[in-house]
Design a binder for this molecule. Structure first.
Ligand code: 3PG
Length: 224
């Protein structure tokens, strides 16, 4: 995420404290608030709402207005116009799968904290050059996983960069990722599976969220 507009230190801290970001792909605006409540009831307080469906922007607005306790970022932000749109809809931060300099520059211009996706040292250099210090490491598991991240991050760690691994995180590997010192937070769609959303099985989602927040407590409990 690029440096400090005034709120960014707080956001950085909020993301660290949240530790797990639920990635949401939503088809129905009416599902947005109940889903956010279900996650919050299980102790998950941060979501990345992906701009992958026609309903996404309405879902973002709905969570912002009906579930204000939820920290909501926008994901799959692929254009400068989307940066402006999600900022206006109240997103607290933006995330993209890769790094697109005009997108990062627009986020910087309008004051939307932004974590671009990186997968190579070249991506990291580009992100650092644009002032980013928090980056999405994507896809974190289908590629080289943590050993690969440690390897590519080594030349840059003196700059204080931190990562949010996404893409392949499961309840089985989440703890290993979360324990790594390079990792600021992790995220994934396992907390809000599409079939549970379609069935409006909010209890099952709360149960998944509880398992995930127990993990956060175990790993970061004392330090949060
Ligand atoms: C995504 O952008 O889809 C996220 O990185 C989530 O990936 P996942 O579905 O593997 O958790």
């Amino acid at each position: 995420m690029y440096p400090p507009p005034t709120t960014s230190a707080t956001l950085h801290e909020s993301l660290f404290n949240a530790a797990i970001i639920a990635v949401l792909i939503l088809d129905e605006p009416a599902d947005a608030a109940p889903l956010a409540h279900a996650l919050l009831s299980g102790g998950i307080s941060c979501v990345e709402l992906t701009l992958r469906t026609p309903a996404a922007m309405d879902c973002l607005r709905s969570i912002r207005s009906l579930v204000p306790e939820m920290l909501v970022g926008a994901g799959t932000v692929l254009s400068p116009a989307q940066v402006r749109e999600v900022k206006e809809a109240g997103a607290a931060f933006g995330v993209s799968p890769g790094i697109n300099p005009p997108v990062v520059a627009e986020a910087q211009r309008i004051g939307l904290p932004f974590a671009p996706g990186i997968y190579t040292p070249t991506d990291i250099e580009l992100a650092v050059e644009q002032g980013c210090r928090l980056m999405k490491f994507f896809p974190c598991e289908t590629g080289g996983g943590l050993p690969y991240l440690r390897n590519i991050a080594t030349p840059f760690t003196h700059l204080g960069i931190r990562f949010i691994p996404l893409g392949g995180i499961t309840p089985e590997n989440a703890e290993t990722f979360l324990r790594d010192p390079l990792v600021h937070a992790i995220g994934g769609s396992w907390l809000a599976p599409r079939e549970l959303i379609q069935r409006k099985d909010w209890r099952a989602i709360t149960a998944l969220a509880k398992e995930a927040s127990a993990l956060v407590e175990r790993v970061r409990g004392g330090g949060r």
